[in-house]
Design a binder for this molecule. Structure first.
Ligand SMILES: Cc1ncc(COP(=O)(O)O)c(C=O)c1O
Length: 324
């Protein structure tokens, strides 16, 4: 395998815990959780693993500034600017949505870590503003590195490729991995790592905001490109990607009954926090599939927690989360 530059700052391996009370409340199958909400770096989350490779690449390219984009309450942006602070880069974030009147949650933390923030009310303008931001930085002599949306390039996907190696070494024999998937980097890494390190179970991504065909096309292309980076191209297709888009109809970040129930079930049975946008939705999907008998009772599901809990404290969600 070709070596890939990496900075080792994540807290790894992340623990795997049993969730016996949740398992009982749902009447089986056995549920485990892999705590990637504990990866370190500004409250942790899945982006820490990606940023180990992305920041290493930025350094290799001689960059002195990170530029990225996301929603106002983006976890990816919060962790990117934290990495910028930690490794001495300037950072500009292009955030889509109306600028909140109060700085809360990730939007507050972005400022604490020193991001220059540009808000773009309409998402259709995002890519143009991102490009202009990049060009302006170059024009004034900066050396910006564009951290892709969600950290999901072939470089970012390395994070979850090697997370699969970590998981296999932890010897848990899960029949299923269930996780939230959106920009595809986590999913692509899992698909590639599954192949490279020989994971025997199935990996099911619950779509947060993408129709399944689009999601699969993105994930298998990314997994293929990521395999090339490691020296041997593997031709992935849609058949290698397992995904479900039954739980994202309401749209990105729209908080509903499923998310509320999932957050409450995890919190009240296990003292474990999910987030309103990603893990809440992914867990809602997993819970519904358990109830529908999608998994066999004697199987083991590993719910891969990808972080995001700071968003619980966003104005947009906090009241809704505890509403009965
Ligand atoms: C908490 C959390 N979980 C899951 C995801 C989805 O990961 P990916 O964008 O790699 O599909 C994100 C993306 O921002 C996230 O913030």
């Amino acid at each position: 395998m070709k070596p890939v530059a990496r900075l080792n700052f994540a807290h790894l391996p992340t623990p795997i815990e049993e969730l016996p009370r949740l398992t009982k409340a749902l009447g089986g199958p056995r549920i485990l959780v892999k705590r990637d909400d504990q990866t370190g770096l500004a409250f942790g989350g899945n982006k820490t693993r990606k940023l180990e490779f992305l920041v290493a690449e930025a350094r290799e390219q001689g960059a002195d500034m990170l530029i990225s984009a996301g929603a106002i309450q983006s976890n990816h942006c919060r962790q990117t600017v934290a990495a910028a602070a930690r490794f001495g880069f300037a950072c500009t974030l292009v955030l889509t949505g109306e600028r909140p009147s109060q700085p809360t949650a990730n939007f507050l933390l972005d400022q604490l870590f020193g991001a220059e923030i540009i808000t773009v009310p309409d998402r259709k303008d995002r890519d143009r503003v991102l490009q202009e931001t990049f060009d302006k930085a170059v024009a004034v002599g900066k050396k910006p590195y564009l951290v892709p949306y969600g950290g999901s390039s072939s470089t970012g996907a390395m994070g979850y490729t090697f997370a699969m190696e970590e998981l296999i070494k932890q010897n848990v024999n899960a029949d299923w991995i269930v996780f939230g998937t959106s920009s595809g980097g986590t999913h692509a890494g899992i698909v590639l790592g599954q192949r490279l390190f020989g994971f025997k179970g199935k990996a099911l991504g619950i779509s947060i905001d993408e129709p399944v065909d689009q999601l699969k096309a993105n994930v298998f292309a990314l997994a293929t490109r990521a395999s090339e980076k490691l020296g041997e191209r593997i031709e992935f297709t849609g058949d290698h990607v397992l995904a479900n888009d039954d739980y994202c109809q309401a749209g990105y970040g729209v908080f509903g009954e499923g998310e509320r129930e999932a957050i409450k079930l995890f919190a009240s049975n296990e003292g474990l926090l999910l987030d309103p946008v990603y893990t809440g939705r992914a867990a809602a999907g997993m819970i519904d599939l358990i109830r529908k008998g999608y998994f066999r009772k004697n199987e083991t599901i590993l719910f891969w927690h990808t972080g995001g809990q700071p968003a619980l404290f966003a104005d947009k969600y906090s009241a809704d989360v505890i509403r009965n």
